[in-house]
Design a protein around this ligand. Structure first.
Ligand SMILES: C[S@@+](CC[C@H](N)C(=O)[O-])C[C@H]1O[C@@H](n2cnc3c(N)ncnc32)[C@H](O)[C@@H]1O
Length: 261
């Protein structure tokens, strides 16, 4: 088996960053497309054009396309919303424009995700799973949300970014794109590797320090400058566990092995 092939298989099986693979290879094997359906395309302009996402797009590893739902709106005024049946405040996004838009974009591989505060709460394991999808279609709601028949007819999965309500789905979609894209092989460089960070192994990450050695009377822990890699690793593990216990006791509970084994 060739080295390139072995490297690809290792990345596939471990989820490790494939930063050392040639871009051409990565594009063929890991290329990811994300379509976003929104009423506010301009909200995406800044985040997609900076830093790691900009680089991934320029390298052809990630293709993010923004679709203005208004173009699928009904009639001369391109209507996309209407009053709710049963009364009540606010407007509801009509089903026809959204379903037509999804059906135009959908191919055999696409996974359709509705951003909604009623969805499953986003966490790192969901991002990891979604980062292996070749094609995502993200539906951003607005007003009171989308007519429920959109969910019934074309949605594969509903995701919430937390137990709070935002004005529309653009920021939640952006959170998802950012979180998913940085896990896709080759997107992060070695120095930004996603391997050891918070949540990757059920713990928060250890604290980081850089120069200067002393700042406002606070010193970098000596162990980090000792050059002893074994002791550094043990210290980091201890700090990770301590931090997780203090900051996120719920994560420690989640990690406990089932009783009776
Ligand atoms: C004002 S919210 C609608 C809330 C809805 N009426 C409810 O009570 O569940 C409008 C849109 O913003 C998006 N949104 C708001 N908060 C969100 C969250 N926490 N997670 C994901 N999407 C959210 C969704 O796309 C939603 O359709």
């Amino acid at each position: 088996m060739s080295d390139g092939r072995r490297k690809i298989l290792r990345c596939l099986s471990t989820g490790a960053p494939a930063d050392s693979l040639a871009d051409g290879f990565l594009r063929i094997i890991f290329f990811m497309r994300i379509d976003i359906i929104t009423l506010f395309p301009r909200m995406f302009e800044g985040p997609l054009d900076e830093s790691i996402l900009k680089r991934a797009r320029a390298r052809g590893l990630l293709d993010v396309r923004i679709h203005n739902l208004r173009e699928f709106g009904i009639g001369k005024h391109r209507v996309t919303d209407d009053r709710p049946f049963g009364g009540g405040p606010g407007m509801v996004m009509k089903p026809e424009p959204m379903v037509r838009c999804v059906e135009t974009l959908r191919d055999g591989n696409a996974r359709v995700v509705l951003l909604t505060p009623q969805g499953r709460r986003l966490e790192q394991s969901i991002l990891q799973r979604l980062s292996r999808e070749p094609h995502l279609i993200l539906i951003c709601g607005h007003y009171e949300g989308v007519d429920d028949r959109v969910r019934q007819l074309v949605v594969d999965e509903e995701i919430s970014i937390g137990d709070y309500v935002l004005t529309n789905g653009a920021l939640p979609a952006m959170v998802l794109v950012d979180g998913v894209a940085r896990l896709a092989p080759g997107v992060l460089g070695h120095e930004d590797s996603a391997g050891e960070e918070s949540f990757s192994d059920g713990l928060l990450e250890y604290p980081h320090y850089t120069r200067p050695v002393e700042f406002r009377g606070r010193k970098v822990p000596d162990i980090l400058r000792s050059g002893n890699h074994g002791e550094i690793a043990a210290w980091r593990r201890r700090m990770s566990e301590e931090r997780t216990r203090e900051q996120r006791p719920d994560m420690t509970v989640k990690k406990a092995p089932p009783q009776g084994r």
